[in-house]
Design a protein around this ligand. Structure first.
Ligand SMILES: [Zn+2]
Length: 308
């Protein structure tokens, strides 16, 4: 009888051990997920650009600061669970049914010295991309015009790329209007497509205003904008220099798993390996049967879960 009791106690102890183990595993998995959402978003807290990242006065790229946020699997998009809010336009649903595979190459933070090279690679491969531009330097309108004239989509990222734009709705929209005007003056087209610096899931904005992303994501939509995050991250901003082969691996890891892919790449001064990686990325998608397209107001949309 006594022995049986001890046996029960041992069983309970063992059961408790496994419960603790499972909880621990769930917690670690949860943290990993949060890291993803933070992926492109947790970045230099400082508004100043690191000298290593750019030779010009270009603003910070989506560069995660900590090793923790530089996950080995940055390509893992938010899973298609209810928690990772994503939405697709009705037209997109039709495409999904048709089984067509589409990839949207997106380039943030340009124009820079890399832009012309990116445009050349795209032209050589008969591919169009979407450029979320900023005011990267005085006179950048000329390059922005070239992006447009060479058949690509010019969309809005931010004028300053300073995270202090998240101080209030007013400061955000003042900045947005400036880049909107700059793009309009350069291209003659008033874009209503945007990408938030850090993505809509960025948490650095908490430093400036709690809940601002919740307000802005709603407000931009009400103002007629469509905002885009990404469901595949090339990881090219996960360090100052990321080897081209790693960018290719990250960029192509979801081939076959996702039919519609918005790929995050950077057209930033220091990102020369992104240019190097581009031909292989294009070749891999083409070989896998993907069509290349530019984002538009009624194209596939991917939204991260808003965390602030
Ligand atoms: Zn950016």
């Amino acid at each position: 009888m006594k022995q049986k009791k001890r046996g029960n106690a041992a069983d309970k102890g063992l059961a408790l051990f496994f419960v603790v183990l499972i909880c621990l595993f769930a917690f670690v998995a949860g943290v990993k997920t949060m890291q993803y959402f933070d992926g492109g978003a947790s970045r230099t807290a400082s508004e100043t650009q690191t000298a290593a990242n750019s030779m010009t006065a270009a603003p910070p790229a989506e560069t995660p600061t900590t090793a923790a946020s530089t996950t080995e699997t940055p390509t893992t998009a938010p899973t298609t669970s209810s928690t990772s809010a994503t939405s697709a336009a009705p037209a997109s649903a039709d495409r999904m049914q048709s089984g067509e595979k589409v990839v949207y190459l997106t380039f943030d933070d340009g124009p820079t010295a890399n832009t012309d090279n990116i445009l050349d690679v795209l032209e050589d491969n008969d591919v169009r991309g979407t450029f979320f531009v900023i005011h990267s330097y005085d006179g950048c309108e000329k390059q922005i015009r070239a992006i447009h004239e060479r058949g690509h989509c010019v969309a809005l990222h931010t004028y300053s790329h300073r995270y202090s734009i998240y101080r209030s709705e007013k400061t955000y929209f003042e900045d947005l209007e400036k880049i909107s005007d700059l793009v309009y003056n350069a291209t003659g087209v008033r874009s209503n497509l945007l990408r938030f610096p850090g993505g809509s899931s960025n948490t650095i904005s908490r430093k400036y205003s709690k809940g601002i992303m919740t307000k802005l994501t709603k407000q931009v939509t009400e103002n007629g904008y469509v905002y885009f995050d990404w469901n595949v991250d090339s990881g090219d901003a996960s360090a100052v220099h990321v080897p081209a082969d790693k960018i290719v691996r990250n960029s192509t890891a979801a081939i076959g798993q996702k039919k519609e892919i918005i790929l995050l790449l950077h057209d930033a001064e220091a990102k020369t390996s992104t240019v190097e990686a581009l031909p292989d990325i294009v070749a891999a998608y083409r070989e896998a049967g993907y069509r290349f397209d530019v984002l538009s107001a009624d194209s596939f949309v991917w939204h991260h879960k808003v965390l602030n």
